[in-house]
Write a protein that binds this ligand. Structure first.
Ligand code: AMP
Length: 137
């Protein structure tokens, strides 16, 4: 599958549109989901241009899961979450809406979460969650 350089996460990576960042390094960016399924819903993306897990290099996949583990720990600590759900969708048929691979970190249970990509949250509420998560590193 050819990578779409104009997808929204590619634009975020290039700094063309803003995001509420909680973590960044040379290979990875983590930021708040603007339509959180629960408070603290965070996304972790590689900087490598890859649409799905099938397109990501082995090295990129290994790094990404390490960073997901690290950011998930910060979400858990910063928000005092008892449980953390991780999920990752590949392809439209699976429900993927942004064609740049990403992991979702969701405090609590998917079973009681809001619907996927449904309601935008207030900037101030997202920033407040991000501040707590940053304090969890
Ligand atoms: P998926 O359906 O797995 O591709 O998930 C894409 C996620 O990106 C959804 O949870 C959206 O709410 C979220 N999203 C879409 N646009 C943005 C954006 N500009 N900033 C942050 N999150 C976004």
């Amino acid at each position: 599958m050819s990578y779409d350089n104009n997808n929204i996460f590619a634009k975020i990576l290039r700094g063309e549109i803003p995001c509420i960042k909680v973590y960044e390094d040379e290979q990875t960016l983590a930021f708040m989901d603007i339509m959180p399924q629960a408070d603290g819903h965070t996304l972790v993306i590689p900087k490598e241009a890859a649409e799905t897990i099938h397109d990501l290099s082995d090295e990129g996949a290994a790094n990404l899961i390490k960073k997901v583990k690290m950011v998930a720990a910060a979400v858990k600590k910063g928000l005092s979450a008892d449980g953390i759900t991780l999920f990752q969708l590949n392809g439209e048929q699976a429900g993927q809406t942004v064609p740049h691979i990403h992991f979702h970190i969701l405090p609590g249970s998917y079973l009681t979460a809001k619907a996927h990509s449904s309601v935008s949250a207030e900037h101030a509420r997202l920033e407040a969650m991000a501040e707590k998560i940053r304090s969890g590193f």
